[in-house]
Each structure stands twice: as C-alpha cells, then as structure tokens.
Design a protein. Structure first.
Length: 478
C-alpha cells in the first residue's frame, strides 16, 4: 500500500470515527469498532483500496449526518457508489418479522437489489464482511433476534458465500449461525469432532510423516496440513447419510499443496503407492471443477493399520481460490460491464463466476433505461445441486433445474454447439427436459455447428448461456 493510499484510508477512518462518535453497539463497545472490523475483514481478503474505504464508511449514510454527496466529494464516485449499494442491500432486512414469510421475501429482494448494484460485485463482498462481524458479536442480541439473524445467515448469506466460492467465509458463517439455530445439536457434533481429532492424532501424524518422506524422495515441493470438517458440514452430511457416522470418511483430512497441476497428479500417484485407495472415492475436481469453481483432487485411502484417511491435493492458486473465492480472483477491481464488453475482457472472471457477468449485463440495461424482466434472470444463487452422469460414469454437478444443453456446455463449448439430440437414461428425450439427480445423459452431436438463438429458451445456467452468446456473437447472430 502506497503512502497516498494509506492516507486516504486514514482519512476515511477519521471521518467514520467522528460521524459515529457517541454511538454504541449492543455489546457496549463504541459503534466505530464495527466498521473498523468490517474494514479489517475486507483488507484481509485482499480487496482494493476503494473497497476498504467503503467498508469503514458503510454505515455512515444510514446512521449519521454524513451524506452520500459528502463521501463522493471526499473519496470519489466509486467509494460513494459502493457505500450506497451496501446501504440498499441493508434495507433488504428492514421489517423482519415472521421468518417463514421473511426469508423468501429476502431472497427475492436481494436478487432485485443485486441487479440494481450488480455493476460492482464489491458491494456484496462488503455486505458479507458486515454480516460476518455481526455474527461474531451476535451474543449481545436478545435470543429471538439471535435465531432470526442466524437462520437468515444459514439460508441466505452462507449460500451466497458458497456461490462466490469463499470457502473460509462460508464455513465460519455457517458454524456460528448453526450454533444459535440449534445449539444442542451443534455442541453434540462439536464434541464428536473433538473426540475424533484426539483419537486420530497419532494416525494422522504417522501418515503425514510417511507421505512427506515419499514426496521428498520424488523431489516434489509441497506443504501438508490437517483439515477438520466443520460442524455444519458434518450436520448436513449426516442428514444425507441418515445419521450414519460410518459413512463419513472425511471428518479429518490431510491437505497437500503443491506447485502445479502435474505435481497434483504425481502426488496422487505417490499416495496411492503408499496406501490402498477406496473404490469410488477418487474425485478429480481439477479436471471437472465444482459448480462454484472449486478445484482439488480428493482421494480416500486405507492405511496399513486399517485407518481411513482422506487427502485433498491442490496447487497454491487452487487453495487460495478455495479459501477466498471471488476476493482471490478480483482481477477486474474497477472495470465496469461496458468496458468489459467493449474491450472483450470478460475472461477476467473464472467460468464458475460468469453469473456475475450476467448480473452486470442486466444492471447495465437497467441503467440505460431498458426494460428488464428480472424473473428471467436465472442467477440461481440459492439452487440445490444435482449430480448426473456421462455414459462413461463421470459425475457432473449442475444446479437443480438444469437442462440437457446446460450439461452439454458444461462438458465443453464445442459439444454444446453441436448438439442434435439427447438420450436420458437410454431414451431419446427433448432438449426441454429437466435433468434429475442420478440421470445418465448422453449428448448426440452433429459434425457441424447446430446452435441457434432459440436455444436460450432451453438453457438454465449462466455458463451455458454465456457460451451460446459467444458462439452466436462470432456469427453476428446475437
């Protein structure tokens, strides 16, 4: 950070302290502790200077005499836009009453306001940091508000963090929230994890030494560490496996971080030379990333003394992205949609985050005064996933509601652009058929391109729509 940048941030801190003077939080702390904490969170995420300044000023418009024009005059249009956007997102939560009606309304309002502020996704990142600190200090609120905010965090904000692949944030948010939503279950599962961690300590140390030695012999540079499953993740997995702990193999795992993709596969070979891999437990998320862009190789092995250990193997870049997601790949800090489309720089976003491009495109249309049907904006932020199979048995994860063309474009844009039919579970099916969990999907292709504009009505995912848009654009058909 340059001296000039540092001085702007210091100026923002001085303004926030003066504006919030005499205000206190429910914890009894001076109110300024909250915006300073939010500022520190986005700073730790590696965000740019304007985001850091907006974070420390994010509550000034709503809670103090500072105006949006004041912020614009002192810190520029970008900071003012971000602060205004965070204030609008905060308004989504106004009038919180019965959660049964509130949460669906929150999701709809959040989608509308995401579109309204969608030209700069940093607004959402500041709001997530704001929510994280509020969760960390939730104990100061009355029990009824604790549960409402915690449930909202589980159902709205943690899924948003997951959609942005901000894994570290998702885990902390979900665990804190779950501890308020169901404290009894939370404590039971935390005890299970702690007991398992103690009992498995010797085994993990032994395996860690053996793997380290073997990788050293192969001259592979690596870092290895242990990973304990989060409480809420265990809760969800136990529901999936009918509360059968015997089906949970990844309560603890060893994470191996290497320099490049070649070393990932070499490391997998080394581990399998030491221990017997469990059938069906090798998942290559490098070749086939998860929907949110997560990449890693997972393998579960049985040691010589019959202990079951999971390994996660990834590069440093993959690990950084798995931990910080969008914040880690924030290449386009101040680029706007119009600049992206004019200069063709959409590739700054990973494929898994192309839904943000769609969000930005819609926001640009709204600002230009064009009519937009938000109901057709299929961001699918809160969608459940389904797992379908290729005829060869490869697993493809897609959002619930996906169609055959989504599957085809997920395999490869060339396959998607040459679709002439589809077989689902061995039977010829329509391209309008919604895929179901467990379907076996076979795409029938033509030698020549078959894509057309009418396919937009047969596509659900932003990724597939983006690929079709690019193909049509090359022919001037868009």
């Amino acid at each position: 950070m340059t001296k000039k940048e540092s001085s702007r941030i210091e100026e923002a801190i001085r303004l926030a302290k003066k504006a919030h003077e005499g205000q206190f939080r429910k914890t009894g702390d001076p109110y300024i502790t909250h915006p300073l904490a939010v500022m520190k969170i986005v700073e730790d995420w590696g965000m740019d200077e304007d985001t850091i300044i907006a974070a420390v000023l994010h509550d000034t418009i709503e809670d103090t005499d500072v105006t949006l024009q004041d912020i614009k005059d002192q810190f520029g249009e970008q900071v003012a836009f971000l602060v205004d956007g965070v204030t609008k997102l905060g308004d989504v939560r106004s009038g919180m009453n019965d959660l049964d009606t509130y949460l669906p309304s929150t999701k709809n309002n959040l989608l509308r306001l995401l579109v309204a502020t969608g030209s700069d996704i940093r607004v959402l990142i500041i709001k997530l940091a704001d929510r994280l600190h509020n969760l960390r200090t939730l104990s100061a609120l009355p029990p009824d508000k604790q549960k409402k905010i915690a449930k909202e965090s589980l159902e709205v904000f943690a899924p948003l963090a997951d959609r942005l692949n901000m894994g570290r944030l998702r885990v902390e948010m979900a665990d804190i929230a779950f501890s308020y939503v169901d404290p009894k279950r939370y404590n039971q599962l935390r005890t299970i994890i702690e007991d398992y961690e103690k009992s498995a300590e010797k085994t993990m140390q032994k395996v860690r030494k053996e793997v380290s030695a073997a990788l050293g012999r192969e001259k592979i540079k690596f870092q290895i560490s242990g990973r304990v499953k989060s409480v809420y993740s265990l809760h969800k997995k136990l529901i999936k496996h009918n509360q059968n702990m015997g089906e949970i193999y990844d309560l603890m795992a060893l994470r191996v971080i290497v320099n490049d993709i070649t070393d990932c596969y070499l490391t997998l070979g080394v581990i399998h030379s030491l221990y017997m891999p469990m059938s069906g437990r090798i998942k290559d998320y490098i070749a086939m990333p998860k929907q949110n862009g997560y990449q890693s190789i997972h393998t579960t092995v049985i040691t010589k003394d019959k202990k079951i250990i999971e390994f996660q193997i990834r590069t440093k870049e993959m690990h950084e992205y798995a931990e910080r997601g969008l914040a880690a790949s924030f290449y386009y800090n101040e680029q706007k949609l119009t600049e992206n489309y004019r200069t063709g720089k959409i590739e700054h976003l990973p494929t898994s985050l192309l839904w943000i491009t769609e969000l930005q495109e819609t926001a640009a249309k709204l600002r230009a005064g064009k009519k937009v049907d938000i109901k057709k904006l299929r961001l699918n932020l809160f969608a459940d996933k389904i797992f379908v199979y290729t005829p060869k048995g490869d697993i493809i994860d897609l959002p619930k509601g996906s169609l055959p063309l989504d599957f085809a474009y997920r395999l490869h844009s060339e396959i998607g652009g040459r679709v002439r039919g589809v077989k689902i579970n061995g039977k010829m099916s329509s391209l309008s058929t919604k895929l179901k969990h467990g379907d076996i999907v076979e795409i029938i292709t033509s030698k020549n391109p078959t894509y057309k504009a009418s396919w937009f009505d047969k596509i659900f995912t932003p990724h597939a729509r983006q690929k079709l848009r690019q193909q049509l654009g090359k022919l001037g058909k868009q």
